[in-house]
Design a protein around this ligand. Structure first.
Ligand SMILES: CC(C)(COP(=O)(O)OP(=O)(O)OC[C@H]1O[C@@H](n2cnc3c(N)ncnc32)[C@H](O)[C@@H]1OP(=O)(O)O)[C@@H](O)C(=O)NCCC(=O)NCCS
Length: 195
């Protein structure tokens, strides 16, 4: 559907449930998210029911599956939430589930493709996120994809025994379009896994 250099973003499917349950409750992945509390299969099924039937404008949310372009392997998901039609703004989120797949460039590529979708398909003007200041890998990934550091929510998240600061980052449509105009793509279907 949407291609990067390493990944393909496509609609989430109910059939992704088994793949999600393989690594989603891995602490090394979830410790950087808002809640490291385990999610049951039933919980994930309900979430999938929501995201497989949502539309960006009615539900204010768009969640896409991240796949390895070559192997077709399910890697995780990437999202735009709290989509505001008035302000044309949305909040970005991403998780590559299996820690073995961290640091291989998938996150940066998927982030760029989702920004491309947000700006050039949905017509958004601003995409923001917040992340733990201790999540150096995520911050590096976001900066490589085009996000800038905008501010700090001080001691906004209680995790691993302490209140930690959250870094706020954003990217504006004009800035992104300078690097990636709407007439260009992040990647192409070349080397796509054939089912
Ligand atoms: C955050 C996440 C999406 C990033 O995706 P990724 O595929 O692992 O990241 P990439 O490989 O594209 O890029 C990571 C960059 O950070 C660098 N990096 C890795 N660990 C680092 C560290 N401890 N300190 C600084 N930089 C680090 C890598 O070297 C790479 O930069 P480089 O290409 O210049 O060498 C992914 O790791 C993930 O899902 N983590 C768990 C959940 C999470 O943190 N989600 C985000 C919540 S805000």
């Amino acid at each position: 559907m949407y291609y990067g250099e390493k990944v393909r973003l496509r609609a989430m499917e109910m059939s992704d449930l088994d793949e999600i349950m393989k690594h989603w409750n891995t602490y090394e992945t979830r410790r950087f998210l808002y809640s490291a509390i385990p999610h049951s299969e039933e919980n994930e099924r309900k979430w999938l029911e929501e995201v497989t039937t949502s539309t960006p404008w009615k539900s204010g949310s768009m969640v896409l599956a991240i796949e390895d372009k070559k192997s077709g392997q399910f890697l995780g998901s990437v999202s735009l939430d709290n989509i505001s039609t008035q302000h044309r703004r949305a909040e970005f989120g991403i998780a590559i589930h299996d820690p073995k797949n961290h640091g291989k460039g998938y996150g940066t590529d998927a982030t760029k493709v989702m920004l491309w979708v947000g700006f050039h398909v949905l017509g958004l003007n601003s995409i923001f996120l917040n992340t733990l200041v201790s999540n150096a890998r995520a911050i590096r990934c976001y900066e490589k994809a085009g996000f800038q550091r905008t501010g700090i929510f001080r001691r906004a998240l209680f995790t691993e025994g302490q209140f930690q600061d959250l870094l706020i980052m954003d990217v504006i449509a004009d800035e992104f379009a300078k690097q990636h105009p709407g007439s260009t793509q992040i990647g192409s279907p070349n080397e796509e896994h054939q089912q």
